[in-house]
Every structure is written in C-alpha cells, then in structure tokens.
Design a protein around this ligand. Structure first.
Ligand SMILES: C[S@@+](CC[C@H](N)C(=O)[O-])C[C@H]1O[C@@H](n2cnc3c(N)ncnc32)[C@H](O)[C@@H]1O
Length: 257
C-alpha cells in the first residue's frame, strides 16, 4: 500500500470523517470498554484520526493526576483536526511503523481501526512491543480479510483488479505476536451495516477516507460502466430491501512480557 496515498486520502476526509464514522465510533467504544487497567500513567493512541479515542481516554482518566496521553496519525490534516477538536493529547504526525517514542514509554497503547492500513504487521507489532513498558498492554481493533466481502465479490464479477483493500487475517497477527514473544488474546466479531444503495456505501467509504488505495483510479466512461456492472452484481445480496456490508472486526489484546 502506498503511504502517501493513504495519508492524502485520510487528510482529505478530515472534515467529513465524523459524519460517516458510526461503525468506527462503535468499535472504538467497544475497544475502550475492554481494558481493566486501573491507572495507566502514559497512554498512546496510534492512528488517532479526528481524536475520538483521545476524547474517550480523557473522559475515562481525567480524574487521575499526571496522566500523559500521546496520539499519532499519518495524515497531517487528521492531526490538525484532532488538535482542535480533542485537545487532550500531545499529537504528532507519524507512522505507526516508526513510532517517535523511546523504549518502554507506555503503560497502555490503543489503536482503533487504523492498523489494517499497514502492510508490515511484524514491524508495527515490534514497534508497539518496543514502546510498551514491561507488563504494559496494547488494545487494538483492526479489520480482517472477510471485511466488505460483498463488495469484493461484486467487483470480482466485473474485472480482476483489486477494488477493495486487502486486510490481514487472524493467523498473520497470531504468527507475528508469537515471533515477537508477545502474549496475545484475540476476539472477533462481525458487524453488518445496511445500505439502501451501493452509492450510499461508497459515500461512507469516501467520507471516512477509506476507499481503495491499492490501485489507480479508473475514471471516465469505462470506470462508470464498470461501476454500474458492479452495482448490478451487488444487488444479488439485497435482503429485506437493504444491501448488507459486512465488517470482520478483530480485537487484539497484547501484553508485553
Ligand atoms: C479509519 S481511521 C480511524 C481513526 C480513529 N482511530 C477512530 O477510531 O476514529 C484510520 C486512521 O489511521 C491512520 N493511519 C493509516 N495508516 C497509518 C500509519 N501507517 N500510521 C499512523 N496512522 C495511520 C489514517 O490516517 C486514519 O486517520
């Protein structure tokens, strides 16, 4: 995946993200309800987007003295937006594969629906492991390979290009954590969003900046006619007058030993 395109795509979505991000809100809430750490002193949010996770962390720990919240994102405009709308953290524009922090800095690292954009999960887990204190924990929500399978199948009936982002499967996370000697617990859930039309789904994906970054844009007449063919094919999934869009959400709980 091309990081410049990912950063640009999310930067362009900074102002529309919150209107289209109900699933992201729900997943982040679910993620933050999972940890039972009592008083973390130093916390990092990786891929903080518009700062929703930072707001929640601040609400959870604001009565606690001296808690230090850091947040990073690859997209400069996301960082700007978060600084203005969730001014409870020290923000930096940075890459999850190269965290700008010293070893053993954090008690708690969270990352909600950001790490599916990374190609090298060994590298990101190694960075998380490096920055966690001993016994520190990371809570990650990411997307699995079955995500948007309806859209993938609908496109497959049109051409052989990659139209939907390719995400890592659970086995890859397991293998990577094992190699790094990290303790890992995994949960998985399926969330199905319902849309009236494929256009509505495409608008949500564009609104959060999550449209496909694996290939060049196919605009013009060919692009339009292919999109129509894909829409027709997606209609085969219609049930009770709505079109489902399935997300496979993977929750990882990592403990640094
Ligand atoms: C779907 S948004 C999720 C934002 C936020 N965590 C939330 O729950 O609303 C994904 C975010 O991950 C960021 N991102 C993607 N690749 C990244 C990377 N390599 N390093 C840091 N952030 C990254 C994007 O810029 C985007 O803001």
């Amino acid at each position: 995946m091309d990081k410049k395109r990912i950063a640009l795509s999310f930067s362009n979505a900074a102002n529309t993200y919150d209107q289209h991000a109900q699933l992201q809100r729900d997943v982040c809430d679910q993620l933050l309800n999972q940890f039972d750490l009592k008083e973390p002193q130093s916390i990092l949010d990786i891929g903080c987007g518009t700062g929703f996770g930072v707001k929640q962390l601040n609400a959870k720990f604001k009565t606690q003295k001296n808690v230090d919240i850091h947040a990073i994102d690859l997209a400069p405009k996301m960082v700007e937006y978060a600084k203005q709308h969730a001014p409870f953290a020290k923000y930096q524009c940075a890459d999850a594969e190269n965290l700008p922090f010293v070893d053993n800095q954090f008690d708690l690292i969270i990352s909600s629906l950001a790490l599916q954009w990374l190609e090298d999960i060994d590298q990101v887990l190694s960075e998380i492991s490096r920055c966690l204190k001993k016994e520190g924990q990371a809570f990650i929500a990411t997307l699995g390979e079955k995500t948007l399978f309806e859209l993938k199948q609908a496109w497959q009936s049109v051409d052989k290009n990659t139209h939907v982002n390719v995400f890592h499967n659970i086995q890859m996370w397991r293998k990577s954590a094992l190699n790094l000697g990290l303790k890992l617990e995994i949960k998985e859930e399926q969330r199905v969003l319902q849309y009236k039309t494929v256009i509505d789904l495409a608008k949500d994906l564009k609104g959060i900046g999550a449209h496909n970054v694996n290939q060049k844009k196919n605009t013009g007449l060919t692009g339009k006619s292919k999109f129509k063919d894909m829409q027709k094919s997606y209609e085969l999934f219609r049930k009770n007058n709505t079109l489902p869009a399935t997300y496979q959400v993977i929750y990882l709980r990592i403990t640094a030993l």
